[in-house]
Design a protein around this ligand. Structure first.
Ligand code: F3S
Length: 754
């Protein structure tokens, strides 16, 4: 058994005490989100009320989940902590590195050949450190988590943005960067700004063609891609209760598309049914005993405006099915209105592919609803005009769907059944029907539809819909088809209409699977050897960083970044993702997207040793070779965008000592601190203008580095003149200790050893 019932019972045993205390301290009834947050404080019982959207709080998550792309650097870092085992239950899922092309069997075989060293590495590290390992082909992280690990009232973090999917089972589950996951694996607290709360009241009941997916497609249209930022979205009301647990998962999954911290639903009978169907009756029994703590207090749902920062009400009786896109998931259009919009915007009406599945929509209910449409194509002799691709969310789903004849229905339509993996959802799709950058349209039941996301083609117009709507559109081959009103001409020339979809929430004879793809770690993994080839291009064991020290003198300027400098500018994605587990190789993208303030060019900085201009990583490597420390200067909100730890590790690896900016994106600032670097801000932001290309820098009081005490930078200009620049910082004592030891992990290792 993969999940840990004792851990779950442990959470529930303290929940009542923590929640009752929190209610007393906050002085009013609590939402479900607050109950989960206050019962997962690092310090145990609540002692103060936190200000939403303001206070940073240390939490103690119950679980961690990592996918294969992000797990590489996370585990390489964890190995640095010197711990024999992970501190909280953790799983690794191999799902991102499998390309979809010819169908599951061949694609999986190819992935196992091309990425075997990464998979072997992840498997051996997992075995060594007590981490559950899900093999390639076992399924997509979030579907596997929902089927095996998610539990009502729990808190989980995961190194993937759609970790939020587990909200469908009443969790607070949040996507984080690898550095955060490593902290928790190593036994440290996890810090989060106490979120704001958005309440979504669902009234009425889903009916006809409308599905849970349409709830979030509609909400995305209302809130837009940024509307949920910094907030937990809590769904409630009779409409929520009437929906399946996996439907709730779909809604929470796409909470990532509105920027929400996470989304969640209160515990109800649909969750209980799902827990029992997925062989977790003991979790359901345990949850039933603390039911009132796994949903908001009744007063909250009676008067939501008093308790949430924002409230939205949706009537499911009148909600229409939607297709969102292209290029952004918040461009919501009711089906039936899309043809006109597409013609006005020049979006191709002809649909080439209908893709069903992904972590968002591959439940039994999803597949049965979509197959009820697909079957009509066979029965009513309609030849589908688009190609079908299916990627099941897990082996358990695939096996059950095959057993129950669901996959056969799609196969009868010549659908390609891809591996139980991300595939086209993450650009891992070797598509042969479209050449070059040809303009084309696809519909899918995934979550994201940004340019190039599915097949790398910027002219692929991707629209997001429910699986059943994707099936209908793919059968018709037209974006302007409305199955609720339109008819199709079948192979006999007869006009036929598609009936409404019919789904089955859970398999009537239960889920089944022969080999789910789970590998349990050894009880004592101390003897497991983790081997990484020294000649590997993709993996490299990390060396502990040397402390930068209290003396930074005669430092050079690597780059003064102009304007926006996100983590993508600092550590680009795309082809570089291949090197995520190899710090030295991926460091060749360090800051290559940042604009040099002195010439407005990217990856073109002055090498002050030669006077020539060169690429940022090349120039920095030359400074490093000579033992010369450098600084990076930046503008406002430096490091915004993501929690990617590579953006901090790369400059650190290449020898940058300090990053000095007008302001930081907070997560990046913390990541720099964790890597043992100086993350500083100009006390007077106009001092940014004092920094010249040929300057030399001395940190004149770094030996007095202390909390709340600004530092002073001496900038010596080429003409000999000097400026003294006051620099602020937000280091506390613990973070200064990270700096002094060379990194947070070095400190953990030292503490472990002592
Ligand atoms: Fe994978 Fe796409 Fe989900 S990349 S984890 S299927 S969002």
């Amino acid at each position: 058994m993969a999940f840990d019932i004792d851990m779950i019972k442990g959470v529930y045993s303290k929940m009542a005490e923590h929640v009752d205390k929190a209610r007393e301290i906050v002085g009013k009834p609590l939402t479900l989100s607050e109950k989960i947050l206050y019962s997962h404080l690092w310090d145990g019982s609540p002692t103060k009320a936190f200000v939403r959207g303001k206070d940073y709080v240390d939490f103690a998550p119950d679980r961690i989940a990592c996918q294969d792309a992000t797990a590489q650097m996370a585990l390489l870092q964890f190995m640095q902590a010197g711990k024999p085992k992970v501190a909280v239950p953790t799983t690794v899922h191999c799902d991102h590195l499998i390309q979809a092309k010819q169908g599951a069997a061949l694609d999986l075989k190819r992935a196992n050949e091309t990425s075997n060293e990464v998979f072997d590495f992840l498997a051996s590290v997992s075995n060594k450190y007590g981490i559950g390992f899900w093999k390639p082909g076992a399924g997509i992280i979030h579907q596997v988590v929902l089927e095996n690990y998610a539990f009502p009232g729990g808190m989980m973090i995961g190194t993937d943005s759609h970790t939020v999917n587990a909200g469908g089972l009443g969790m607070v589950a949040i996507g984080v960067g690898g550095a955060d996951a490593v902290d928790v694996m190593a036994g440290m607290a996890w810090e989060l700004k106490f979120p704001k709360l958005i309440g979504v009241k669902l009234i009425g009941k889903l009916n006809g063609w409308t599905s849970a997916k349409d709830v979030i497609l509609k909400v995305a249209g209302i809130l837009t891609v940024k509307g949920g930022t910094g907030a937990i979205v809590e769904y409630f009301g009779p409409g929520a209760k009437s929906m399946s647990c996996t439907g709730k998962g779909t809604i929470c999954n796409m909470g990532a598309e509105i920027g929400a911290t996470t989304s969640t639903f209160g515990y109800d009978e649909s969750m209980e049914r799902y827990l029992r169907a997925t062989d977790r009756a003991d979790v359901a029994d345990a949850a039933n005993k603390v039911k009132e703590y796994l949903t908001a207090d009744p007063e909250v749902y009676a008067n939501p405006e008093q308790y949430f920062d924002q409230v939205i009400e949706l009537d499911l009786d009148t909600l229409k099915p939607h297709l969102n896109g292209p290029f952004t998931p918040d461009l919501a259009t009711p089906v039936g209105e899309l043809g006109e919009k597409a013609r006005a915007n020049g979006w191709p009406i002809k649909v080439d592919w209908g893709l069903i599945g992904s972590c968002t929509n591959s439940s039994y209910e999803d597949l049965t609803r979509a197959s009820s449409i697909a079957k009509q194509a066979v029965d009513k002799k309609i030849k589908p005009k688009s190609d079908f691709g299916i990627n099941p969310g897990s082996e358990q789903i695939r096996y059950t769907a095959e057993r129950d004849g669901i996959l056969k229905i799609f196969e009868d339509l010549d659908a390609t059944i891809f591996t139980n993996a991300c595939g086209p959802c993450i650009g891992q799709w070797d598509r042969s029907d479209v050449k070059g950058d040809e303009k084309n349209t696809i519909v899918h039941s995934f979550n994201r539809n940004f340019s190039k996301r599915a097949d790398g083609n910027p002219n692929t117009h991707a629209f997001v819909g429910s699986p059943e709507m994707v099936a209908a559109i793919a059968i018709s081959g037209r974006l302007d088809f409305n199955p609720m009103t339109d008819t199709l001409i079948n192979e006999e020339g007869v006009e036929v209409k598609l009936d409404e979809p019919k789904g089955i929430e859970l398999p009537p004879t239960g889920f089944a699977v022969e080999d789910a793809g789970y590998v349990k770690p050894m009880e004592d993994g101390s003897g497991v050897k983790v081997s990484v080839s020294p000649t590997s291009e993709r993996l490299q064991l990390l060396e502990p960083f040397e402390p930068i020290g209290s003396k930074i003198e005669s430092a050079k300027l690597l780059i003064k970044a102009f304007g926006k400098c996100t983590t993508d500018h600092i550590s680009m994605a795309g082809p570089w993702l291949r090197f995520r587990g190899h710090l030295d190789n991926i460091s060749n993208n360090c800051l290559i997207g940042a604009v040099n303030a002195f010439n407005q060019k990217t990856n073109f900085v002055k090498n002050q040793l030669t006077g020539e201009y060169g690429g940022v990583p090349d120039v920095q490597r030359q400074y490093k070779a000579k033992g010369i420390k450098t600084i990076v200067v930046g503008d406002h909100n430096y490091g915004e965008g993501s929690s990617r730890e590579h953006a901090a590790m790369e400059p650190r690896h290449l020898g940058v000592a300090a990053v000095i900016v007008k302001s930081f994106a907070r997560i990046h600032e913390t990541n720099l601190k964790k890597q043992g670097m100086l993350a500083l801000t100009f006390a007077n932001e106009n001092d940014y203008d004092l920094i010249q290309e040929d300057d030399m820098f001395n940190f004149i009081d770094l030996n007095e580095f202390a909390p709340d005490k600004p530092l002073t930078l001496e900038a010596i200009h080429a003409d000999g003149s000097k400026d003294l620049i006051k620099l602020n910082h937000t280091y506390n004592d613990a973070q200064i200790a990270w700096y002094n030891e060379g990194s947070a992990l070095n400190l953990i290792k030292k503490q472990n050893a002592s």
